[in-house]
Each structure stands twice: as structure tokens, then as C-alpha cells.
Design a protein around this ligand. Structure first.
Ligand SMILES: *[C@@H]1O[C@H](CO)[C@@H](O)[C@H](O)[C@H]1NC(C)=O
Ligand SMILES: *[C@@H]1O[C@H](CO)[C@@H](O)[C@H](O)[C@H]1NC(C)=O
Length: 204
């Protein structure tokens, strides 16, 4: 009997899921953290130069003790949907282990319900793009249990831009300086030749 290839693929996928188990999902996390960041909507910041100040706190409208399992906080820089488009390596996946929405870590700290603030100079290797900031609370098993973010659930409000100052940029600048220098030498040479031609004509 012939078994369709698609059936094989599906069973293989299913057995993988069964083997690895299904980890913590983003949709299961409580949004109990209030997170703010200094950039204003649409602000453009230069990597390697400008800084972002992030604050986070427990949202006190949740019952006291909701945060009793929170041990650490990790604050991350996250790609807005517009900067994820056609980039599978930044894809949002509900299973936290596979999610690539938030990659560059801003800071990790022991959990505290209030008065948290951190200023981070945007690292030079952060790619240009549209971003927001998200904080995750982890329990003592190092599993995400709660989060908060600077944007809304649709991730379309309060986004900011980072403009990368890359090495390529610098070499382009050098290339254009060299090109200008070359142009001046070439021009000077051209005028010199014209002048000699003129002299030669006069001598005839
Ligand atoms: C705190 O949580 C409540 C309930 O989810 C929500 O309505 C409120 O907007 C949150 N407060 C802040 C400042 O995010
Ligand atoms: C938070 O900081 C303010 C000002 O520095 C201080 O007055 C307050 O006691 C702090 N609160 C907590 C819970 O540490």
C-alpha cells in the first residue's frame, strides 16, 4: 500500500510535538506589568548613540499576590509587525520558545513590584526598524508567567524607529570621500592638459 507523503509529514510533525511537549504560550501570559519607554510615537533614534529609558511596575488593579511567583524580569526590544514582514527569523509564534518577536535583551533584573527603571544605550548592532519594548516576568523555573509592553495588543500604537549606524555606512562615507578626492585630481589633470594644449597651439 502506498502512503501519501503529506500523511507522513503530518504524522512526523505530530510525533515531534508529542515528543517535545508544548511549552509556555504567549497567549497564556497575564498582562500584569505596566511598561513605559522614553521614545515618543514615531521618534527616530540612532543606534550606538541614543538611549531608551524603560520603566516597569506591577499593575495594582490585579489582586495582591498575583505576582507572588515572579522572580525575574527580562526587558526586550521587539519588532513591530512592519519590521517582521517577509522576515521569518523575526516571526511571532505563540509558543514562547519559538517566538522571535523580541530578540535583543535590554536588561534582566530580579523582580520588584515598583520603582524599576533602566536606561539602555541602543547597541550598535541593532538593525534599523520599527520597535516597541516588552517585559516578561519569569518564575523560578525560568518560565514566562506574565508580561507588559509599551504598545497595544495589535502592536500598532506607540512604536518608535531605530536607525542603525553600521560599519557599511562608514565605509560608504570613506568611499565617497575617496571618490571626491579622485574627482579633484582628475579635474586638475584635465585643466592641466587643456592648458598645455593651449600653450602648444600658441607656440605653433
Ligand atoms: C491595569 O490592568 C487593568 C486590567 O487589565 C487595565 O484595565 C488597566 O489599563 C491596566 N493599567 C495600566 C496602566 O496599564
Ligand atoms: C519608589 O521611589 C520613590 C522615590 O525615589 C520612593 O519615595 C518610594 O518609597 C519608592 N517605593 C518603593 C516601593 O520602593
Amino acid at each position: 500500500m502506498e502512503v501519501p507523503a503529506s500523511f507522513l509529514v503530518v504524522s512526523l510533525l505530530l510525533s515531534c510535538f508529542a515528543a517535545t511537549g508544548y511549552g509556555v504560550t504567549f497567549s497564556s501570559l497575564q498582562k500584569t506589568l505596566v511598561v513605559t519607554a522614553s521614545p515618543t510615537q514615531g521618534q527616530v533614534l540612532k543606534s550606538g548613540e541614543e538611549a531608551i529609558t524603560v520603566t516597569w511596575a506591577f499593575n495594582r488593579t490585579f489582586p495582591a499576590g498575583t505576582d507572588s511567583a515572579y522572580k525575574t524580569i527580562k526587558v526586550k526590544l521587539c519588532y513591530a509587525p512592519i519590521s517582521q514582514k517577509d522576515r521569518s527569523w523575526r516571526k511571532t509564534v505563540d509558543e514562547m520558545k519559538k517566538d522571535k518577536t523580541c530578540q535583543p535583551k535590554i536588561v534582566a533584573k530580579p523582580y520588584s513590584a515598583s520603582n524599576n527603571s533602566f536606561t539602555w544605550t541602543i547597541e550598535r548592532d541593532i538593525p534599523s526598524g520599527t520597535y516597541f519594548v516588552r517585559a516578561y516576568a519569569f518564575n523560578d523555573q525560568d518560565e514566562e508567567v506574565a508580561f507588559g509592553q509599551t504598545t497595544n495588543n495589535k502592536k500598532d500604537s506607540n512604536l518608535f524607529e531605530i536607525k542603525a549606524i553600521t560599519g557599511r555606512h562608514v565605509s560608504l562615507d570613506i568611499a565617497s570621500i575617496c571618490f571626491s578626492a579622485f574627482s579633484i585630481v582628475a579635474l586638475a589633470g584635465f585643466f592641466y592638459m587643456e592648458k598645455s594644449k593651449g600653450k602648444a597651439a600658441q607656440q605653433k
